[in-house]
Design a protein around this ligand. Structure first.
Ligand code: HEM
Length: 146
């Protein structure tokens, strides 16, 4: 191996290790991805409900049903911060997470029903309930971002 190749190899190894150790970017978890998909539908629905059209109600209900599917997936996963919760409180932490996700899931189910029946005011109220579920859920169960 000549000198230039050795220098180039050392440089590559140093760069790779710097990237691995110093990267501030946290990898998205499976739960992050489920919530990101849910959020896209949530935003579409929130915008649509500003001027809802009865003819589009099946599309709206489909968005809510897709949100329901993502919420059900997220419910079965453990939040990223779980290992940082002291062992003695971990079971209760997970129990509370699933309890709050059940309430959230129930609210999405009600939203879907309201949309299928063109009950727009009720749907808007349920969207607000979901927003509050999110606020509380993130405060209690989401890893604080560095
Ligand atoms: C409309 C409702 C919600 C939306 C739009 C939403 C959105 C998001 C998004 C976009 C992320 C990933 C990126 C980030 O961390 O910001 C996320 C992560 C997370 N959300 Fe939500 N969320 C909602 C409701 C909830 C609820 C009800 C809970 C708990 C009861 C919850 C718990 C979490 C947790 C724990 C994470 C981090 C994932 C992990 O620990 O692996 N979210 N959410």
């Amino acid at each position: 191996m000549n000198c230039a190749r050795i220098v180039s190899l050392v440089f590559t190894v140093l760069c790779a290790s710097a990237l691995l150790t110093a990267s501030p970017v946290q990898a998205a978890t499976e739960m992050d991805r489920a919530f990101e998909r849910l959020e896209k539908d949530f935003k579409k629905l929130r915008d649509a409900l500003e001027a809802p059209q009865a003819a589009d109600r099946d599309q709206y209900a489909k968005l809510a049903d897709d949100m329901l599917a993502e919420a059900r997936k997220a419910r079965e996963l453990d939040p990223e911060m779980t290992p940082n919760v002291p062992q003695a409180q971990r079971a209760q932490f997970l129990e509370h997470f699933r309890r709050d996700m059940d309430t959230f899931i129930e609210n999405i189910g009600k939203l879907s029903e309201a949309l299928k029946n063109s009950k727009w005011d009720e749907a808007r109220q349920l969207m607000e309930a979901l927003r509050l579920d999110k606020k509380e859920g993130h405060k209690a169960y989401r890893e604080k971002k560095k």
